[in-house]
Design a protein around this ligand. Structure first.
Ligand code: BGC
Length: 426
């Protein structure tokens, strides 16, 4: 439960030009966002840069150099060189989608890498400081105004266009949510003596729920996924439900069944491809669950093309059922996270802005999650969904720009709590 120093919702009337940098997982995205006068409107231009796989297990120097290079390329491409010299520093919102503790909004100490990242020299360090040092070397006309989590961005971007939004969630490579709390209910910031009813967004980091393994039953496959990950013992909940792991859970279950003499699947076949860890991603399960044919012919093609396995009908049915189980568990546990926030805040009805590849693309994920919410929150039969999880606005782009705008507004209003480097922000 990390306080984020995002002190309230946007009004819809935020204005200005901002840069946003989104370090998610697969890609690095740089955006320029214009918030015009009109309520809830935005314009965005963006470029995506591939995050080289080696970078994810490299060292911090390479990471920040690469990010600063991409940012520089983007700025030079979209602005004339002469502009750059006279330009005031453009405020930047940096979406860093990993757990960071923040004493200030323009600061954040990485607690631990998640989602398979393992870059040396960043854990326990101030990410904002490292990033700013790379910016300074290039003399870029940019001022880091806010370091944010993707969930907080999603919450704020969705609230910008829909004021019924109370929660922002990501169901993607990783999983997590953010919501708005009252300062008076946050013991971690009690020493600031802030007005108890002042709002502050909390990044729940609930991917780390049940790291102690006392609540959720784990399968042998969950245990292997955890043990073989770069950070065993961390992100227990996330490892059961997030996109990065769904294909791997499926693969491990099939390997186990193949080795189980009583079950006899893929008998006499070369399953060497199936032995390779992380060879299947969640889109493999999506495709199986989407196979419209009674004889599962698309699943058969997929098994053959990807794994060189010729599966018979019962084996195909097993694959389909296994995908359904893994996908359903993911959706239902995801709903538990949302329900927990609703219960804590006594929210009876609200909109939840959700983003991420699993939410947007995994078949039946939304419907399965909605059924689970109905069960947990005990809605009457026939009553329509009161907590409605819906596609979010772009949190890591528009959300980051809005949070930069909200921070600058606070500087102008003289509310400097949780802002380290206000100089150059107003
Ligand atoms: C990270 C969170 C992030 C989530 C979704 C998790 O692995 O710890 O900070 O919000 O992934 O991207």
């Amino acid at each position: 439960m990390n306080p984020t120093w995002v002190m309230g919702y946007p009004t819809g009337y935020e204005e200005g030009t901002f840069l946003a940098l989104d370090m998610g997982g697969t890609n690095l995205r740089v955006c320029e966002i214009i918030l015009p006068e009109e309520k809830g409107e935005f314009e965005i231009i963006q470029s995506k840069y591939r995050m080289p796989e080696e970078l994810k297990t490299g060292d911090s120097e390479e990471l920040w150099e690469y990010i600063a290079d991409c940012l520089q390329q983007f700025i030079e491409y979209h602005h004339e060189v002469e502009d750059l010299e006279i330009l005031d520093k453009i405020p930047l919102g940096f979406t860093f989608s990993f757990p960071a503790t923040q004493e200030y909004i323009d600061h954040g100490v990485l607690q631990r890498w998640t989602k398979g990242f393992d870059i040396a020299g960043v854990e326990g360090k101030d990410v904002a400081g490292q990033f700013e040092a790379a910016l300074a070397k290039r003399k870029l006309p940019v001022k880091l105004s806010a370091l944010i989590n993707d969930t907080t961005g999603t919450l704020i971007a969705s609230a910008y266009t829909d004021d019924a939004t109370k929660i922002g969630c990501i169901f993607g490579t990783g999983c997590n949510a953010a919501y708005m709390e009252n300062c008076g209910s946050v013991p971690k910031i009690a020493h600031y003596n802030l007005p108890p009813d002042m709002p502050i967004a909390i990044n729940c980091e609930y991917g780390a729920f049940d790291n102690e393994h006392v609540v959720l039953p784990r399968t042998p496959y969950d245990i292997i996924v955890d043990n073989d990950s770069p950070r065993p013992g961390q992100q227990a909940f996330e490892k059961m439900i997030a996109g990065l792991y769904l294909g791997e859970l499926f693969r491990l279950a099939l390997v186990d069944l193949h080795q189980n003499k009583g079950v006899k699947i893929f008998e006499g076949q070369d399953i060497s491809k199936l032995h390779k860890a992380y060879t299947l991603d969640s889109s493999f399960l999506s495709m199986i669950e989407e196979d419209p044919f009674e004889n599962l012919s698309e699943t058969a093609d997929l098994m053959h093309k990807t794994l060189n396995i010729t599966a018979n009908k019962p084996e195909l049915e097993l694959c389909r059922r296994l995908a359904e189980l893994i996908g359903t568990r993911s959706a239902r546990l995801s709903a538990c996270g949302v329900a927990a926030i609703c219960k804590k805040k006594n929210i009876e009805a609200c909109h939840v802005g959700a983003d991420g590849s699993v939410f947007n693309r995994y078949p039946h994920f939304k419907a399965r999650g909605a059924v689970a919410l109905r069960e947990i929150l005990d809605w009457k039969k026939g009553e329509k969904d009161k907590v409605d999880i819906r596609p979010a606005e772009d949190g890591s782009g528009v959300g980051a720009a809005l949070i930069a705008a909200l921070t600058i507004k606070r500087v102008k209003d003289g509310n400097l709590v949780g802002i380290k480097n206000a100089k150059g922000m107003s």
